[in-house]
Design a protein around this ligand. Structure first.
Ligand code: ADP
Ligand code: MG
Length: 720
């Protein structure tokens, strides 16, 4: 967009100048006239949609009122009461706790209440001036009011070239406002910018795409995103700009995948092999159809001669371990080594135990390597990896230490991917001496909504196990508060009397570690009191224990020697104790949705009916309440993940925090624009499969646009 006037320094736009230009850059990142055109309104005011105060009800949703300020009162802290500033005397704003602004529109009077930003608002809301107030009405002591409404000056249609009924509202800050860059001026500036530079804006999408996808031209979109002719034009403009943004995102991601699939050799593993078949034939149960399908997908990858880069998603308990083992056996059956990396010692131990069972009779030698492996074992394992006698190695980060060398690593399986950094993964790939990168299977139990997975892992193939093994009973989820504690204890005793086991989990949130351990200690104390030994046995696992202590306690619980396991959220990752039928989560409001879901997945693995009890305080934020309600309403991890994303935005989704989005989005939202994203994905796929390097002349605009900095994606998900 660096053509003609759109590349002009913003300071030369009439009404800006050097001082304001500096602020616009600092506060909003706007340097050129073109930048301003891409600062889209975050909200629109429909001037036809103004509610008379007489008709306002306290239970109404967000509304807009146009009214004149009548009087303003400032309330001091505590008993200070109303502060009446004397004429000419400076107001001590730091003493003011509340400001009431009474406004009237001729049909009635209403109070606007402010607790923050009082100084600024006090200077704006002068009696006699008319404003638009946007917010949610509420009632206090039977009086209607609005707390912290958004305040705008009503726009004056004569001042712009545009005369529609819908006005954009632009992001603003106190600093901008103090420099005179008000909402009203912003509208004017954007209008000026459109007049100056719109004609120079070149279409960024090829004509055939615009036609094929039924999009409006870029110039139309930019004009109407700022000054919509009507609602329909606004929607078309939004669609076009969102589609474009998502299309370029997908093109950037997929292009890497196409390039890789052409260039990158992988180890050809043509056979399934005896070892696979032996294990398969001796499984204690039939694989689910989903497991079979996923194994087929993996097998096809491994014999293709190209490197596999596959993400395996499956809800907790969907049987990913089985798939991992069978995959590893394809590698060993073709004469290569496989490694399985787990994020914690406990989980590595558990994997190792399970895997040994499955490997019986296959003749494959397996071993484990973790931080607590003794020096002698370590030497032996290193030797076995180097000479190739160990076929499958299970381990933690210890596997990527410098002195670990593989003879011929052909497959790396990474469990719970989000706990491994890119660097660490890359290190592992470099350990192979056969010159070709190993196949990679990344397993995650964090359900990631499809739309997000496509974006975060745009260059990985995705397999999903969307079916749980048969015979699982649903887990009944119950919400309870402290008053129900005696009943809960009774229930736990009943379950223990039936021979079942109980998890009790405490949150651990890093910032207040001390407090957390205090909570945990208090919790352990009260459990031991309510469940005294004998007859009850309680095991405890938390982060401050040594690995031996942890292992001792985990083993006691896993083997059924302890009835109760009190733990911090370290158990979240993958322990399998089918006899456990109750999961009690303390301070459940402090956990995120996907974490709660992971924890709940620890029960319901056996054939007994299982329960998840969410203990919370009586006072909860709206969001916490919503989370708890959702947990009680559904067991579907993907549904929960979708909701989680809607509530918190994709950036906050657990497990995706570190990775983040490769490209920041300006107008589209992964949470809300899933349909457009799907379309953009299909479209990008079609374009690249016909023209992988975008060298066709009809795609030249796409190629040019993709070269811009904003589309050079961070290399975080490329794992070869
Ligand atoms: P995940 O790692 O996906 O959370 P696991 O691999 O730990 O799940 O499997 C959970 C439990 O289900 C294990 O006890 C496993 O033995 C069992 N399991 C796996 N696949 C099947 C199947 N097809 N039928 C019955 N049980 C299965
Ligand atoms: Mg698992």
């Amino acid at each position: 967009m660096d053509y003609g006037k759109s590349g002009m320094d913003i300071q030369f736009l009439p009404g800006v100048g050097p001082k304001r230009a500096m602020l616009l850059d600092k506060e909003l990142g706007i340097r050129t006239v073109g930048d301003l055109l891409h600062l889209y309104p975050f909200r629109y005011i429909d001037r036809t949609g103004i509610t008379p105060i007489r008709e306002v009800r306290s239970d109404a949703a967000y509304i807009q009122i146009q009214a004149e300020v009548r009087r303003v009162t400032l309330h001091g802290a505590g008993k200070a009461g109303i502060i009446d500033p004397e004429e000419g005397k400076e107001i001590k704003y730091n003493l003011i706790r509340r400001m009431s602004v009474w406004v009237s529109d001729g049909t009635g009077e209403m109070e606007m209440v402010f607790f923050k930003g009082i100084k600024w608002m006090h200077s704006r809301l002068k009696p006699g001036t008319t404003f638009l107030f946007f917010g949610k009405p509420s009632a206090f002591n039977g009086q209607l009011n609005m707390v912290h409404p958004e305040v705008d000056l009503p726009s004056n249609p004569e001042e712009t070239t545009w005369s529609g009924a819908i006005t954009g509202v632009y992001p603003s800050t106190e600093k901008l406002h103090n420099a005179g860059i008000t909402g009203r001026l912003m509208v004017k500036l954007v209008d000026k910018a459109l007049q100056t530079a719109l004609v120079d804006i070149r279409e960024t999408l090829p004509e055939y795409l615009v036609k094929e996808q039924g999009l409006v031209p870029l110039q139309f979109a930019l004009r109407n995103i700022h000054f919509p002719k009507d609602t329909a034009a606004l929607q078309k403009a939004q669609y076009r700009l969102k589609f474009e943004e998502l299309l370029f995102l997908q093109l950037a991601l997929l292009k890497q995948k196409y390039i890789r699939s052409r260039n990158e050799n992988g180890i050809r593993m043509p056979r399934v092999g005896e070892q696979f078949n032996h294990c398969y034939d001796n499984l204690p149960f039939d694989l689910t159809n989903a497991q079979k399908r996923v194994i087929r997908e993996i097998r096809d990858d491994m014999r293709s001669g190209r490197q596999m880069n596959r993400l395996l998603q499956g809800d907790v308990g969907s049987g990913k371990t089985m798939v991992a083992v069978l995959t590893a056996l394809i590698a060993t059956g073709n004469g290569y080594q496989a490694c399985i990396m787990a994020p914690t010692e406990v989980l590595a131990q558990q994997h190792y135990k399970n895997i040994q069972k499955l490997l019986e009779g296959t003749g494959v030698r397996s071993a484990i390597l973790t931080g607590s492996s003794k020096a002698a074992e370590r030497r032996e394992v290193h030797q076995g990896l180097e000479d190739g006698s160990i076929g499958i190695i299970v381990g933690t980060h210890a596997l990527i230490e410098d002195n670990v060398v593989f003879r011929n690593l052909g497959l790396a399986i990474i469990d719970e991917q989000h706990r491994f950094g890119v660097e660490q993964r890359a290190k592992l790939w470099r350990k192979t001496s056969c010159g070709v990168p190993p196949h990679v299977l990344v397993m995650t139990a964090t359900p990631i909504p499809r739309t997000l997975a496509m974006t975060l892992y745009g260059d990985l193939d995705v397999s999903v196990i969307d079916e749980l093994p048969p015979g699982r009973k649903p887990v009944q989820t119950i919400h309870a508060t402290e008053g129900k504690r005696p009943a809960l204890n009774n229930f736990m005793r009943e379950q223990i009397a039936l021979g079942r086991q109980v998890f009790v989990v405490y949150p651990l949130i890093y910032e207040s570690e001390k407090m957390d351990y205090k909570n945990l200690e208090k919790g352990i104390e009260s459990i031991v009191k309510a469940f005294p030994f004998p007859p009850y046995k309680t095991a405890v696992v938390h982060g401050k224990q040594t690995n031996d202590e942890k292992k001792f306690n985990m083993d006691a619980f896993a083997a059924g020697r302890a009835n109760i396991l009190v733990a911090t959220s370290v158990i979240e990752v993958g322990v399998d104790v089918p006899n456990a039928s109750v999961m009690v989560i303390e301070s459940a409001e402090r956990f995120g949705l996907s974490q709660l879901h992971q924890l709940r997945g620890r029960v319901g693995r056996g054939s007994e009916k299982s329960y998840c009890v969410l203990m919370t305080g009586t006072k909860m934020s709206k969001e916490s309440k919503h989370r708890i309600e959702l947990m009680c309403a559904t067991e579907n991890g993907f549904e929960l993940a979708e909701e989680d994303m809607k509530m918190r935005g994709p950036g906050d989704l657990e497990g995706t925090q570190q990775s983040g989005l490769p490209i920041s989005l300006n107008i589209a939202s992964l949470a809300k624009d899933g349909l457009i994203l799907n379309k953009a994905r299909e479209c990008a796929d079609a374009i690249l499969s016909a023209d992988p390097s975008l060298s066709d002349r009809k795609n030249s605009q796409l190629a040019t646009e993709l070269k811009k900095d904003k589309y050079i994606i961070k290399d975080y998900s490329k794992i070869s």
